[in-house]
Structures are given as C-alpha cells and as structure tokens.
Design a protein around this ligand. Structure first.
Ligand SMILES: Nc1ncnc2c1ncn2[C@@H]1O[C@H](COP(=O)(O)OP(=O)(O)OP(=O)(O)O)[C@@H](O)[C@H]1O
Length: 272
C-alpha cells in the first residue's frame, strides 16, 4: 500500500524542502518507488532538484489539480518529471497561488489533491508532499490526501504557538475530511550539537502536547553542506555522502520505514 506523507509546518524555513528531498531519495536508495509533490507556489522543491526556473514549466501540480476540478482526463504521468537520482517529481510554480484562490469556490475543494493522487499513487511506495508555509486550502488538500504528517521543527526556535495552530488544523482535517490522518512525528532540524536546546525542545513538545506527539529519535544536524545541496540540484547522499547530515537523513529514512512496518503489523493484528 502506498504511504502518503505530508511535510508541513506553517513556519517557513524549518527544513521541509530539504527533508522532502533527502527522505525521498533516502527511500529510493532502499529500493522504494517515490513521488515528491511540490505543493508550494515558490517552487523551492522543484528548484532544489535542479529545475531552477520553475515558472518556465508548463505542467505542474496546478495543471493536474485544474484538470481534476474540470473533470478532464489526465495524460499518463502528466507533469511528472524524473530526477537523475531515481525519484519522480510533480513540480510547482507561481500558478499554484491562483489555485489557492480558485479552490475557495470549488465543490469538494478539500479533496482535489486526494482525487489526483488516487489516480497516480498506485505506481509508488511513497508519496511525499512538501507543503507551503501556510495553512491555506492547498495545505488542507495535502493533509486531506495524506496518511500522515511529518512536522519539521527548527531546533533553536520554540514553536509552541505555531505548533498549536498546526495541530488545530490537523484536528479540523481529521474531523471533516480525513479521519485516519496520523502524525508521523516531529523532526528536529538544524540541530546545533553545541547546545542542549534540542533536548529542551523535545521535552517542551512532549510536556505541552502530550506523549501522542511523537518526536523522531533522529535529529538533523546544522551543516553548511546541507544548505549547499539545493544549488547543486542533488541530495546530501550525492553531495556529501560521508558527512553527518547524510548519516542523519539515512537514519530518518530507516525510522520512517520502521514506523510503517510496525503500523502494518499492528493493523494486521487488529484485523485478525
Ligand atoms: N540541516 C541544515 N543545516 C544547514 N542549513 C539547512 C539545513 N536544513 C535546511 N537548511 C537551509 O535552511 C533553509 C531553509 O530550509 P528549507 O528550504 O528546507 O526549509 P522550508 O521549511 O522548506 O522553507 P520554506 O518554508 O521556505 O519552504 C535553506 O536555505 C536550506 O538550505
């Protein structure tokens, strides 16, 4: 069964795009078939995989969502690009901002992305959706299409208020359009090893939001090489394969795969 994971946090610059790329390519390196969906009109994911001028792309997430809205048939792999490291990408550009506006007056406006993914996800083991830094209609679509949400949090920034808003949106989506939506985990990013702040933040998250809010064991270290990868259009495994950040993203990849297996076992146990 395909697993759809939305990477969301309405605060910008927390490592969503970097994590989408390196978790996605990490999964490919373990033999998984993976589609990345850029759900941000800034097109940062598209750019960081080497399509440096997203606004010149003719077919994007906005194109295929538009076709779902008007009930036009999709072409095979319409808009999907293939990256040299073995991963597929549905890109985004500025046209997604217009989609954000037009969704407001669309019937079943929360389920357009889910309906699109129903058509393409059977070709993949994982679909990762890189959300934009807002909790608008496109992000609600991503949360409605997802099985789980992975929440990257910058370790040196206390996210309490933003986290409450995000958790409220997740609860609203669960109540209205996606009752099975789970939280995959909170991922601490840009961790500076010289401080204990990430431990404090893990503690505060658990204290304020309860044990249900799982925090990944893996933490992503702050590393200049990570910041350099996006200009290169490569993953951290290609750019700095023996560095600490590559090891951390590999550990995260294994943790995500392990979580998936545990859940499958649990569900199999329940249905017996
Ligand atoms: N572990 C890291 N160490 C150092 N720099 C990092 C790390 N992770 C991400 N960065 C850099 O921090 C910036 C923000 O990261 P990223 O684009 O992944 O965040 P984002 O949450 O997707 O941002 P946006 O909200 O704008 O989409 C980028 O310049 C990125 O290269």
């Amino acid at each position: 069964m395909t697993k759809v994971i939305a990477l969301a946090n309405q605060k910008g610059g927390v490592g969503k795009t970097t994590t989408t790329v390196n978790l996605g390519i990490g999964l490919v390196r373990h033999g998984k078939k993976v589609l990345l969906v850029d759900a941000d009109a800034q097109g940062n994911l598209t750019d960081s995989l080497g399509w440096h001028e997203p606004d010149n792309l003719h077919k994007t997430l906005a194109t295929v969502m538009g076709k779902i809205i008007t009930d036009e048939p999709l072409q095979k792999r319409e808009g999907i690009l293939h990256h040299a490291e073995g991963i597929d990408l549905l890109p985004a550009n500025i046209e997604l901002s217009a989609m954000e506006v037009s969704l407001v007056n669309t019937m079943s406006r929360e389920t357009i992305m889910r309906n699109y993914l129903e058509e393409v996800k059977k070709d993949y083991d994982y679909v990762l959706i890189d959300c934009m830094p807002s909790l608008g209609m496109v992000t609600v679509n991503a949360l409605t299409a997802a099985d789980s949400v992975l929440i990257p949090v910058q370790a040196h920034y206390l996210p309490a208020k933003g986290m409450s808003q995000l958790l409220q949106t997740i609860s609203r989506v669960k109540r209205n359009t996606n009752p099975d939506l789970r939280i995959e985990g909170v991922l601490l990013t840009m961790v500076d090893g010289r401080t204990n702040l990430s431990k404090d933040i893990s503690f505060i998250l658990r204290r304020d939001f309860g044990d249900k809010l799982k925090v990944f064991k893996t933490e992503i270290p702050m590393a200049v090489k990570v910041a350099e990868t996006s200009a290169e259009g490569k993953s951290i495994y290609e750019y700095d394969k023996s560095g600490r950040a590559a090891a951390a993203y590999e550990a995260l990849t294994k943790e995500v795969m392990r979580n998936g297996k545990q859940r499958e076992k649990h569900q199999a146990g329940l249905s017996r």
